[in-house]
Design a protein around this ligand. Sequence first.
Ligand SMILES: Cc1cc2nc3c(=O)[nH]c(=O)nc-3n(C[C@H](O)[C@H](O)[C@H](O)COP(=O)(O)O)c2cc1C
Length: 482
Amino acid sequence: MSRQPLILSAFLMNTTSHIIGGAWRRPDAEQHRFNELPHWVSLVQKLEAAGFDIAFFADVVGLYGDHEGGWASHVRKGLQIPSNDPLVLISALAAVTDRIGLALTSSVIQAHPFNFARQISTLDHLSGGRVGWNVVTNSQENAHRNFGGEGLAKHDDRYSWAEEYLDVCYKLWEGSWEDDALVQDKTRQHDRGQGLHADPAKVAKIHHQGDRYRVEGPHLSAPSPQRTPFLFQAGSSQRGRDVAAQHAEATFSMAPRRDIAAEHARDVKERTRKFGRGPEDLKFIQGLSFVIGSTEEEAQAKAKELDESIDDHALIAHTAGSLGIDVGHLPIDTPLEELEHTEQAQGHLSEIKRMAPNGKVTLRDLAQFRAQSTRVTGTPEQIADALETWQDAGIDGINVMNSTIPGSYDEFIQHLLPELRGRGLARSADEESGKRTLRGRLTGSDRLPVTHPAAGYCRAFTDSSAEATEIPAEEFLKAKGF
Ligand SMILES: Cc1cc2nc3c(=O)[nH]c(=O)nc-3n(C[C@H](O)[C@H](O)[C@H](O)COP(=O)(O)O)c2cc1C
């Protein structure tokens, strides 16, 4: 049976220790070179040459919750600190790549939407339409305090905030400028003289007035190739799934099991109908890491050796950061049952307990769960078999996590990709030539479909166009008493 190619995304972060805590200490790991541009240029060019669709940069704008009584251990372990801004990095990477999509996380708490929309439009212009945005609300207390908040805003309020933020951005990206507004005709004659840079009848203010934002407009950037960047979302709560179903074009998951991913994918795709969209409008991309061997024994031995290099406490600090409890000083064999009194922890803990064969889960299991539940180990054939079953479960693509950079991607490209190509699970190298926008690459169309909520803003503000503000000379002079 011929298969649909999977979307291939590389799951990256502009920091040393993203997900597989402690792996940075391996002799072959180079992720601690994240401050150096050549480190990223070489990786992203390699991903592009191999046919990856997306280099996706996660981001946070604050510390995870305390571990071992404070945040010293985050600093000691390099747990997403230091970390650098992905938007600035992507701007540099756009200059040295032609085809790969460049996606970044940006939280609604970190930038005013007017400024963010302009930065993204600029990047979309400069990259030829290759920008993607993972819309996050950010669940770190420290991040909210970094931007003047009293503390963490409530879960559903954060999503309402995100919806208004999206609305402002959509108005600017989709509604402020018509496609043919930018004329740049040096010789065009009109009643005010010669030369028409842009048509004032086709550039409008948006006059947004909402609970949180007041934005007059117009957008200062003319329409970029995609207008709205390709939209990702990664929430898994009920509200998060609704936001994904209404707005996202792809949703990221780190489901710890295939059946959980299958349920999530089916549910979130089904929810799109509530918003006048369809299941085909939303791609489901699952985070997975790979340990590849020429025999099964070799792969298992490599996985064992990798586990030995992992820092359990870095993984626990990362995972427990979202549980709202500091478990750092507890013995590593503490059963999770003893922690269940916090409200925030319930969902995560019950998910982890579902995974445990005998229902008994300790802190050590929490660490291993993070590293192992999304890992596929085996020969290229065995891994390709497993990916076929993930695809059958409803996933459209994979977000390839790394234990080492560049090693994890070198191995994927050299050993697994040929097998995936042979089965049609990855596009062939010939299909890779030619420039396309990220949306064009993933959906066949550069612009959002008419069923997307942003598309409704197309030509919605023509009454507020520049031309509508013009007062005829006679009237103007009379009003001024001439
Ligand atoms: C693959 C993946 C990538 C994510 N990347 C980020 C990120 O870069 N920054 C961030 O603050 N949250 C990130 N998240 C967290 C989600 O945005 C979201 O806050 C989290 O899944 C909880 O959402 P919920 O409250 O709707 O369940 C990511 C989640 C997943 C599954």
